[in-house]
Write a new protein. Structure first.
Length: 444
């Protein structure tokens, strides 16, 4: 058991290109599935409006978050920033929201991986595929961050290439009139209901900050990773949206033949052009899996670091704060997250899981921007290798859009919001009881 004893430091092996691979990899599954469910809520125009504002949110947030990550390169990300800026209580809420995002998002992606596999091999059950994926990538992440990040980089590059191939096949068949088929099925208010699915295009990029402690030169390389990743993702988002919807209208990539919603919008768009028996179609399915795996694996990697930092600070059970002495990875945190993720998988509710993950992300963004502004006032002398351009406009703009998005999601997903905020509240009460008790025992 000595190999599982705490060894405080994580191994520094990550380079800027690996950070780009992680940043794009965390998110790229959002191009392959999930976003199309927002078309049912808002139609082409409604989702496009939501996506426009979410792009502004992520560009301003990413560069604002880069300032925090370069100044405080810790594995806890927003958890560490909020603790330093506005105290341990807000630090707990921010960290818990981050954990919810990183623990709830992978099961949704695992379902999509299972769905893609099921299209290739109908005899394979989606749930069992998803569970197998969890076990395989938990072991890879335990083995070592360099191996995990190298794998992430390779499959991310393949996934990006596949999106360009998809665009190359579909764009010659693009017709502008297809974008205007039933463009606002629920009126302009549908744009608000589509927000969580627009956010799904980019959700997870903040995970770059959680590997700051494992970056060779975090004060310089974190910005390179964040900046190059967000530029890549914005371009891919616009390209994929237009190419997929422009082939046959939004309903063609949302509803299957039996009327149910699909987790595979790109294969559906491709099938309209080349059929579902062609080599190109099967290539999209095969390589498309890399995009889903990249995000699943990357978010699992970031989630392990987030849970580890929680445990180190005494905000979670002590065993979660242990670093594996042999591999210098957060093995216990990864195993715990996997167990919870498999339990979430068993619910079978992809849309609801995505929505809860987005609630966590928006809470993280709000507290992160408040922390940035507070640190500028509270610690003006703190070393800042990078300062966000257009301060304070950038963080304020990100903060306002995130707040409006959170309020809109609460309105359109009342019962899920009750579950999410209830989970935060119960966790906070437990934190106040057990964390304070631990301090009393320590003092005695």
């Amino acid at each position: 058991m000595e190999e599982l004893e705490d060894k405080k430091s994580l191994k520094k092996t990550l380079t800027p290109i690996m950070l780009w691979g992680l940043g794009v990899g965390y998110v790229i599954s959002g191009m392959y599935f999930g976003w199309n469910l927002g078309l049912e809520k808002g139609g082409t125009i409604g989702l496009a409006i939501a996506t426009f504002f979410i792009i502004i949110l992520y560009v301003t947030f990413t560069f604002s978050y880069s300032e925090l990550a370069c100044s405080i390169p810790k594995a806890g990300g927003v958890f560490d920033y909020a603790r330093k800026a506005i105290g341990k209580d807000f630090g707990f809420i921010a960290g818990m929201a981050q954990n919810i995002e990183f623990i709830f998002a992978p099961p949704a992606i695992a379902f999509a991986i299972g769905a893609y596999f099921n299209l290739l091999f109908p005899q394979m059950q989606i749930l069992w595929i998803a569970i197998a994926i969890y076990i395989i990538f938990t072991l890879l992440n335990i083995y070592g961050v360099k191996a995990a990040a190298t794998f992430e980089l390779v499959i991310t590059i393949l996934a990006v290439i596949e999106l360009f191939i998809f665009a190359g096949v579909t764009l010659p068949h693009f017709e502008a009139k297809n974008l205007l088929i039933n463009p606002l099925p629920n009126g302009y208010t549908g744009a608000f209901a589509a927000l969580p699915f627009a956010i799904w295009f980019f959700l997870g990029i903040e995970g770059i900050a959680n590997v700051a402690e494992e970056t060779i030169n975090p004060q310089k390389d974190i910005l390179k990773g964040f900046g190059s990743a967000i530029i890549t993702l914005v371009l891919l988002c616009i390209l994929t949206f237009v190419a997929a919807v422009g082939v046959g209208g939004w309903e063609a990539i949302v509803f299957k033949a039996d009327g149910t919603s699909s987790d595979s919008p790109l294969p559906m768009a491709m099938a309209l052009i080349v059929g579902d028996k062609s080599l190109l179609f099967h290539m999209l399915l095969t390589i498309g899996l890399f995009g889903l795996v990249a995000s699943f694996h990357g978010l699992m990697l970031a989630g392990g670091r987030s849970t580890l930092e929680f445990g180190k600070a005494g905000y979670a059970p002590n065993f979660t704060g242990k670093v594996n002495a042999r591999f210098q990875t957060p093995a216990n945190a990864l195993l715990l997250n996997t167990l919870i993720g498999i339990i979430i998988l068993l619910t079978g509710k992809t849309t609801e899981i995505i929505t809860i993950a987005v609630f966590g992300a928006l809470t993280l963004y709000i507290i992160a921007m408040v922390s940035l502004i507070a640190l500028r006032k509270k610690n003006p002398e703190m070393p800042r290798p990078f300062k966000v351009p257009l301060y304070p406009l950038s963080p304020i703009l990100a903060l306002v859009i995130a707040i409006v998005s959170l309020l809109s999601m609460t309105y359109y997903n009342f019962y899920l919001s009750f579950f999410y905020f209830g989970l935060l509240f119960i966790s906070y009460i437990a934190f106040k009881i057990f964390y304070n008790t631990a301090l009393v025992n320590q003092n005695n």
